[in-house]
Design a protein around this ligand. Structure first.
Ligand code: NAD
Length: 476
């Protein structure tokens, strides 16, 4: 057992480079035990005003700071986070539920995003265009103060990447974690106090309507949001009044099309690795498996074998592969989806057992026999329920894959990479993988088509969305 990380952080708001106290708090539960991990501050409107004022005050000087210096602050912050890797990973398990090894890989990935985005901003993002006629200048300016609103599935990685994109491009930022997982982001806020000038990074936690107070605030000129499509649409509606810039990373219902020539064992391993990553609570997990009828039985059996080999439990147990569902609301939603499977003619091939609790544990299920219109297939499940659907014509399989209103990711599984490449371009999805699924990188733009999002994050293109152009011309 590691030493408790709970004594190492103040779990206070970070405003103007300091901790900031508020009167109200809310409890954060461990989803494996349903016990209280700690309390987090419930930011009130005066706290929001204080954060906005501090950010607005800090923004002009930060915008004038050369990108190399901004990158060096991000590096300093990454080094701070690296020193706290063990404690933050432990804390992440306590509030999010994922296994400790997965929490550590989220931390390593967060460091990679911080450092790679710093490198990209410094070396690849053009803040002023070259080769223009004399007397003309085209520059990229920061937007001002950016709100970063994050979901509960990858709280550390989302906070770190949103912080990096905002501040590297010369903006001040106000971050708000999900009320289900505020502790690691509050700890990151504490670590940011020494790494950045006061006001450049603020962290506010709280219950509803804190997100609305922040995103609708007149100080905010851009919102970087990761969460559900429903909330993303509500934010877009409220942002319309001020034309607040938006990047929305939303829900998905990713299809994996498995061709008859796929390596069945490898496909089963790879599809399960994606579909059950973070107990299925991953935006771009495989959420529908569309497999050629000739191999449907074999693939189903192979997937069941992999799923049955996974150990479900508390993330702090070294043997655990799958932690609990993160919160009760999502747990109840998934239980209702499971019930819908029986009503809609589906067959469970594994995962029918239930757990008596405490904790929001759910066994992974591989399910066949459902129609495309069934709830489990047409909705985003965001949990360990994996529907398998047969096809006999690959063109029809592609139509079905694209029939979803979502368009986050997709994959094709085949031993013929050229065939895979030809199909890949037919998907209506922001990311497409061949013989794997879910991997993202700080180097490439990530975003959703259709209801899965607006704009992109990461890579040069993602960083550009945190800036705006200005053209300056001298009379000739
Ligand atoms: P959610 O939309 O309920 O909440 C996301 C965040 O928005 C939270 O911080 C929440 O407090 C805040 N919020 C809620 N209402 C708000 C409002 N009116 N104004 C401003 N902020 C508000 O989503 P969730 O349940 O935390 O996350 C799960 C969803 O996120 C899934 O649909 C998943 O696919 C999606 N997701 C997408 C990506 C991606 O990159 N596309 C990554 C992770 C998660």
């Amino acid at each position: 057992m590691l030493g408790s990380p709970l004594e190492k952080y103040d779990f206070a708001l970070t405003i103007d480079g300091r901790s900031y106290g508020v009167r109200e708090e809310f409890e954060v539960l461990n989803p494996a035990s349903e016990e209280v991990v700690a309390s987090a501050p419930d930011a009130d409107q005066p706290a929001v005003e204080a954060a906005m004022k501090a950010a607005l005050r800090a923004a002009p000087a930060w915008a004038m700071t050369p990108v190399s210096q901004r990158a060096s602050h991000v590096y300093d912050f990454a080094n701070e986070v690296a020193e706290h890797l063990e404690d933050l990973s432990h804390l992440l398990v306590l509030e999010q539920g994922k296994p400790l090894a997965s929490a550590k890989s989220e931390l390593f990935s967060s460091l990679d995003y911080l450092r790679r985005l710093a490198d990209i901003a410094e070396s690849e993002l053009e803040f002023s265009a070259a080769n223009l006629p004399r007397g003309t200048k085209v520059i990229r300016k920061p937007l001002g103060v950016v709100a970063g609103i994050t979901a509960w599935n990858y709280p550390v990685q989302l906070a770190c990447s949103k912080l990096a994109m905002a501040v590297l491009t010369g903006n001040a930022t106000v971050l708000k974690p999900s009320p289900y997982t505020p502790l690691t982001t509050l700890a990151l806020g504490q670590l940011s106090r020494d790494a950045f000038p006061p006001g450049v990074v603020s962290v506010l936690s709280g219950l509803d309507p804190l997100g609305e107070w922040i995103t609708a605030h007149p100080t905010i000129s851009k919102i970087g949001f990761t969460g559900s499509t429903r909330t993303g649409c509500a934010i877009a509606e409220s942002a319309a009044h001020r034309l607040t810039r938006l990047t929305l990373e939303l829900g998905g219902n990713d299809a994996a099309i498995v061709l008859p020539d796929a390596n069945i064992e490898a496909a089963a391993e790879g599809i399960i690795a994606s579909a059950l990553e973070n107990t299925g609570q991953l935006c771009n997990a495989v959420k529908r498996v569309i497999v050629h009828e000739s191999i449907e039985r074999d693939l189903t059996d192979a997937m069941v074998d992999v799923a049955n080999s996974l150990v479900i439990g508390d993330g702090m147990n070294a043997s655990t592969d799958l932690g609990p569902i993160q919160n009760r609301m999502q747990f109840e939603r998934l239980k209702a989806l499971r019930e819908s499977v029986a009503q809609e003619g589906g067959t469970f091939h594994c995962g029918e057992q239930t757990f008596s609790g405490p904790g929001y544990f759910m066994a992974p299920s591989i399910i066949s026999g459902l129609s495309d219109a069934s709830r489990l297939v047409s909705e985003e499940q965001f949990g360990p329920l994996v529907p398998i659907l047969g096809y006999d014509d690959v063109d029809q399989a592609m139509v079905r894959a694209n029939s979803s209103p979502f368009g986050l990711g997709a994959s094709v599984w085949t031993s013929d990479v050229d065939k895979g490449l030809a199909l890949a371009e037919q998907f209506e999805a922001g990311s497409v993988w061949i013989n794997h699924h879910s991997a993202l990188s700080p180097d490439y733009p990530s975003g959703g088509h259709k209801l899965s999002g607006l704009g992109v994050e990461y890579g040069v293109h993602g960083l550009e969305e945190y800036t705006q152009h200005q053209v300056i011309r001298i009379a000739t």
